[in-house]
Design a protein. Sequence first.
Length: 538
Amino acid sequence: MTRSCSLIALGLVAVLSSSCAEDSSGSPARDGTTPDAATGPPAPRFVEGPTIENNPNPVPLAAVVRLRTDVPTRARIEIGDGRTVAFRQLATSHVLPVLGLQPGTTYSIKVSISNERGVEVEAPAALPFTTVPLPGDFPPITATVVQPDKVEPGVVVFSPARASQPPRYVVGVDEAGKVVWYYEGLQGAVVRPLASGNLLLVAGGKGVMIEIDTLGKTLHEWRAETTGSGAISVPVTPFHHDVLELPSGNLLVLSRETRELGDYPTSDTDPNAPKASATVIGDVVVEFRPDGTIVNQWSLFDLLDPYRIGYDSITAIVQNDWSHANGLAYSAGDDAIIVSVRHQDVVCKFSRQTGKLLWLLGPHANWKPPWSGHLLAPQGGLEWPYHIHSPVLTPDGELLLFDNGNQRASPFDAALPVPERYSRAVAYSIDEAKMEVTEVWSYGGPGDEWFYSKAMSGVSWLPKTGNVLVTDGNRVEDDAGKPTVDPGASFWARIVEVTRTKPATKVFELEIRENIPGRWTIYRGHKMPGLYPAALVQ
């Protein structure tokens, strides 16, 4: 870091920085020589390197710089695109990640070192590095809106998928809409950034979850017991849809179980259909330690009414997929867990300590006692969410959701026709003392930008701007751009960042689609503050 030759505020003694330290000839001491003792401390020296090499892990848009010094030093790199990265570690041996590079680009990377007293030395030559172009099958990502002064700083990470094929890549896109990172590895990945700056990736339906750093190195791997041996075995059926890191460091995941239920409904459209015994699939929320030990688990069969059905509880692709939970949030203030339950059109909150159900947010149709006593009462002009995804608690206590809007009705009311359906990002304020809920903000639907994603999708709250990141992940449209259930129709997806204002303003948008009829989807996107963990850089 370059330092100026000025007095420190509050009358402290002036500090002589490396850029002001001169050798006996009067030249700045940046060439590795040892200055005269009268003019300043000795400068550190490179004893090996610096050298640059391709990243050995499956993140192609990255490099690794290696060097050794004669005394403990801190390293700094200038990447050549206006970015400077100063590393915290004080050591004689350095392995420095170079991240956030664009594809098919040549960089000239400068390396500097400084000792404990701030004497800095720059390597005599810059290191050239050229990144590979994007693969031929890379998703067609286009930035259609970018307002740099209003967008949240950071990198959006997501895993696009084409039709029924599992995703090949987890992708990172910067504030300018440029691809600056991608990972080749785990297929069908659900992506969740961690507080450490690492990423959790869950292979959808395969019972495999890994933690990687942003160089793509696998740090931990967990496998559900039913999928065979692995680095860490967790005795549950396959993980699915979401994973959450708790403040304790434990992991919260969704798993499944089946139960045999008698006199179970056989139709979600005909109230007079006969009932019969059925094998019913329900979800389980599981908390486990990083070593795979289960701390607790909560069955939704025990929290909710197993005989209440919603649209798709019976007629979904998976028969008798009663609950289809898909999102998790944690309420630190009262140590409680929030779950979005898609096929019940409900978000539920329960105590982590006691397992007691605290409230239910959703349409009131078909709930019986004792569950009906936990329903939040709507206030004002509230619109209920349907087939929801991605519950998020904001610091001021609002609950953000992605309201997919499927059917927009509960059995046995008539579903809204497909061309009239719409999705929203929506925020609710909940008064738990009064058991009331108020809708305070939304983006999408009548009177706003109309869009409909029948599946996937999600929302995130962004801490620096207060903006909302929306994954509009499963647009199925006819040639006129109208929602359709035609299996041959075009699929496309987008990620959009909007302000938390009324009305919302779009400040960033990525589209993933092709000019020819394509079939692209995105499960969910998140924004990381950056690719360098805070613990690594200054």
